[in-house]
Write a protein that binds this ligand. Structure first.
Ligand SMILES: [Zn+2]
Length: 337
């Protein structure tokens, strides 16, 4: 869990970190309260934004499900609002990260921005016309589960052939290990790096080896990049974005990922040769994106009218605080993941 005090320009003024107590929702709740109380001792905090790693409903109140935490239909906002006496919002962490890139980062000011976070799977966020787009039920942006390969690899979502099974950190590791197990001479160098055990190969190992110029690792990343570019072309057919921001751990590979992605994207894009192409760019904020974005979403919830559909219900009495918040330049968010 990372928390921080974030100013109105997206700058992080202070930080707080603790290992996430993943087994117990109550323990996570306690940790969030601890973070807020600790940071409030040093700053005049006006609002709290939470970027939760899970499916958040469209009222931004309940975490329906979290793959890595014990949240199952967890009324996170209600529970925390009872213990934290300042305005508070809950959103999905990928939405929060996308918002940070739109407001202060690589997608700043774009008309339609798609954010793709490549971690173990694919996270996503979409900003259209200056608004975070959440869909009708809060589930927009789950494009990691668009089926790319009929009857392909099984996915934890219960389907086969999802995009994230081909363009993600997990895909990179799975393919690297599978190649290494064949005892192919092409995997020799990569195996040497991990002491000869294919099961010890990690995503960062492959990326580090590729950056050093190890040819097989370069190819493995190019495969992921190619799948990434094809998927982005699919998204472009549906959404016609101006910018596609690519973040997450795998994006540390930089051009080793982005160049093949760009080639595959341009090769697959509908209407190519007769249209403008979206720019594919690397994210600016890395691991801090969720933290910065959640804080800024909380700030915007205070400034926007309380009946704004974007933020759902916002207590009427907080309306007065909006102008104060603008003057004081002190919001906060905490993040549980
Ligand atoms: Zn899936």
């Amino acid at each position: 869990m990372a928390a921080g005090v974030v100013d109105e320009d997206g700058g992080i003024l202070d930080r707080w970190q603790e290992p996430t107590p993943s087994r117990s929702p109550k323990a996570v709740e306690d940790a969030i309260v601890r973070a807020v109380e600790d940071l409030r001792k040093r700053y005049r905090v006006e609002a709290v934004g939470i970027g939760a790693a899970g499916w958040v409903d469209n009222d931004q109140a309940v975490v329906r499900f979290s793959p890595h935490l014990a949240w199952r239909s967890e009324p996170l906002k209600a529970r925390l609002s009872g213990r934290i006496d300042i305005p508070l919002i809950v959103d999905n962490d990928a939405n929060a990260a996308a918002w940070a890139e739109y407001r202060f980062g690589a997608g700043r000011g774009s008309s339609v921005m798609v954010c793709i976070t490549l971690g173990t799977g694919i996270g996503g966020g979409l900003v259209i016309g200056g608004k975070l787009f959440r869909g009708s039920y809060g589930m927009a942006g789950e494009w990691g589960h668009m089926i790319s390969v009929p009857d392909g690899h099984w996915c934890e979502c219960g389907n086969r052939g999802c995009w994230e099974q081909y363009a993600s950190g997990n895909a990179l590791v799975r393919d690297a290990r599978a190649l290494a197990r064949t005892n192919s001479p092409t995997a020799y160098q990569l195996l040497e790096i991990v002491g000869g055990d294919p099961d010890k190969i990690t995503g960062p190992d492959v990326t580090a080896a590729a950056i050093q110029g190890e040819p097989t690792s370069v190819e493995l990343l190019a495969d992921v990049g190619t799948w990434l570019g094809r998927g982005i072309a699919n998204l472009a057919a549906a959404l016609d974005p101006e910018v596609v921001v690519i973040g997450g751990g795998v994006s540390a590979a930089g051009d080793l990922l982005l160049s093949p992605a760009q080639r595959a994207f341009s090769r697959t894009l509908t209407g190519r040769g007769f249209r403008e192409e979206a720019r594919l760019v690397l994210a600016r904020f890395g691991n801090d994106a969720g933290l910065i974005g959640a804080a800024d979403l909380a700030r915007h919830a205070m400034i926007e009218p309380p009946d704004s559909a974007q933020f759902g219900f916002w207590p009427r009495r907080r309306k007065r605080r909006a102008s104060k918040a603008r003057r004081r330049r002190q919001p906060l968010r905490t993040r549980a993941q």
